[in-house]
Design a protein around this ligand. Structure first.
Ligand code: PMP
Length: 305
């Protein structure tokens, strides 16, 4: 089966034709900003989850890195809808990426052209289907998140993921599914590609932006869902040992969705299985993704375009 077409600088091109030169700035210096979005199969066809918020974050990431994309949030959102529609996929993962292209060599990127591409593919549960029910085994990483005055964490930028890859590789080599990074101060931050939630005595806590986390859109969605259901949700600094003493832990992310954590550093969390609040929030999140009544206005239906 042929691969879906890729939107590249304003037009849909064949998968094979969406290529760049090896001397592009991004290849040498990691100068890209990107997004990860999902479209879900609903009774009204594919629905893209929180499209505008994702494209706004892309534009924010670009602004932080002084990249002029040349496209508005609206134009980028329309391009995503067009790419999903053209793919014919009922559900998919969507990857918009903007990057510095071929131009003068050297670190200074200001004269290199900026390109934007949007690709889609089918992608199941990021940390495994079984993990959604059973939970994952994770470790605290020996790698920290970057200090706030080094790589800006509010930008979802390619270069940031060199740190993420070290966290992920270390965890996999050690037999875990994922690593949790601490901030430079040794406080809980996030996973290599997920935000973190800690539940104890019915209170749901998550590390704040100041601890070098990506402002996750799933994190925001789950906080809103939890508050709507009457839970107390607080953004607060937490020490490492709060993981070990938690009743429940879970990750959130576009790819990871809501993934329970059943152990950290071989400490059993709660009963060692998905906890009841995690199960409730996970179910409510999955319902919101496919709810054609769209009570939060979170869904963009491809068929409406
Ligand atoms: N943190 C990092 C480092 C990530 O890469 C991601 C995935 N984009 C997240 C958190 C979760 O963000 P979101 O819910 O917006 O996908």
């Amino acid at each position: 089966m042929s691969q879906p077409r890729i939107w590249f600088n304003g037009e849909l091109v064949a998968y094979e034709d969406a290529t760049i030169h090896v001397l592009s700035h991004v290849v040498h210096y990691g100068s890209s900003v990107f997004e990860g979005i999902r479209a879900y199969d609903t009774d009204r066809g594919p629905a893209i989850f929180r499209l505008e918020e994702h494209m706004r974050r892309l534009v924010d990431s670009a602004k932080i890195h002084r990249m002029d994309l040349g496209y508005s949030v609206d134009t980028l959102s329309e391009a995503v809808v067009e790419t999903v529609a053209a793919s014919g996929l009922a559900s998919c993962y969507i990857r918009p990426v903007s990057f510095r292209g071929h131009g003068p060599m050297g670190v200074n990127p200001l004269k290199n052209p900026v390109h934007t591409a949007i690709a889609v593919w089918e992608w199941g549960a990021y940390l495994g289907a079984e993990a959604m029910e059973q939970g994952v085994d994770v470790q605290v990483s020996s790698w920290n998140r970057p200090a706030p005055n080094t790589l800006p964490a509010m930008a979802k930028a390619g270069g940031n993921y060199l740190g993420g890859s070290l966290i992920k590789m270390e965890a996999i080599k050690n037999g875990f599914s994922e690593g949790i990074a601490l901030s430079v101060d040794g406080l809980l931050s996030e996973g290599s590609g997920e935000n973190l939630f800690v539940i104890r005595d019915g209170v749901i806590a998550t590390p704040p932006q100041t601890l070098s986390i990506l402002p996750g859109i799933t994190r925001d969605s789950v906080m809103r869902i939890a508050r709507d259901r009457g839970y107390e949700v607080i953004e607060r600094s937490l020490p490492r040992e709060a993981l070990y003493l938690a009743d429940e832990l879970f990750f959130t992310g576009t790819a990871a969705e809501v993934t329970p954590i059943r152990s950290v550093d071989h400490y059993t969390i709660g009963s060692g299985a998905r906890g009841p609040i995690t199960a409730e929030l996970q179910a409510a999140y999955f319902e919101a993704l496919r709810d054609t009544a769209n009570p939060h206005g979170w869904l963009t239906f491809v068929s409406d375009a």
